[in-house]
Design a protein. Sequence first.
Length: 410
Amino acid sequence: MGPFGMETTPGFPDTFAGFKSASVDENLGHSMEDKMSDMKHFLMDPHHDNTAVDSFLGLGMENMGLTSKMEEFSHGFDVSFLPDYGGVNTFSTQDVEAGLKFEILDGILDGVDEVEDIYASHELSSIVNHFPPETEVKKNELEGDPYGLMNFSSESYSPGISGSIGLAEWSKETVPYAESQIVSSEKVKDSWDTNESEDDKKPLSTFIGSWIKRKNRKQKLLNTACSRLDSSRERKSCESYDFRPRKGPMKKYIHTSMEKTFSDDQLTLSESEDDISVTKTSRTKSDRRKNQRIWTLDEVMNLVDGISHFGVGKWTDIKNHFFHYAAHRKPVDIRDKWRNLLKASYNEKHNDGQAEEKRKSVARSIPKDILHRVRELASLHPYPFSKSPCIVHDSSRSRSTSKNKKKKSG
DNA sequence: CTTAGGG
DNA sequence: CCCTAAG
């Protein structure tokens, strides 16, 4: 028995299962375990309909096959709960489904960012070869693709998904064959750099390349969907829908620690020091923008609610009570968002009557009523801000001027 | 560990 | 978003 008893799952290829166990053993104890449990809860939750689950499973398995080193998604994915969702009823607004799919897709795309990691492991080829033939594929459609690896997306698995995201483009741009008997990392990397020219010989890389190219556009769609999903969600039912796979904190900022260790100990060579620091800065710089999700309107509203409930500064409380469904929003992020909101409200106040819809404005896409609430809260709770343009110094307004000076009542 | 402040 | 210093 493996860690998750997956070998017993009928139709699950041995190679795949073996690979899975190995990977799990390596990475056990990773911080994404809570996310996984969240995911399971989500999937088993009767609130969500089969279509979403189905498509998710399809995408998830595909993803696992392709990205062997993808920590989070490939981690403890337990297929054994698959038949358990029978008899669920639906809460399936299309928004939810779409949102879910967007999340999944985006996660996959994120994982694909680590292209080198993907190809670093040679398990890829074997996985491709042993991919479950049980996969629902209409064989007559996919003559060139015996396992339906490249083509499974729209028709076979989830009819709804092609319309919303354009996953059907996969089949358009991809590959005659998933055969890829042996995909050596060098070959793939080579074609990765030149990935426009020879799409005949290196199908997989081309496939993934085009995939990544669309990532940005899909990110937008994702955010839209999430926003709508949030809006349609009940405030009470804060089930975790956020299982978007992300890079764990595992191999983060190795350079930083290395720099400290080495520069202190030995390595008085200026050369290496310079090299390291350069590496570090560029690395972090590129990482900055990488995992950043724009705040949805609903999140902003949650934030405002949370602040009006707990007050400014209780970021952890706000996170736990208003953002416990969002694994990615750390208390610091919430505070940062509040900081930005203050700036936004400040800007809006200065603009006043003129040029409200400035595209440059920080307050763009944030409704006025939200900003109004922000301003009220800002005046209600003092925020330690050295430059603090946010504190209202307007006495022409009738009341609440005395309040904002000190909130200390006891 | 949490928050504030700066990048 | 990330990192660091300070309570």
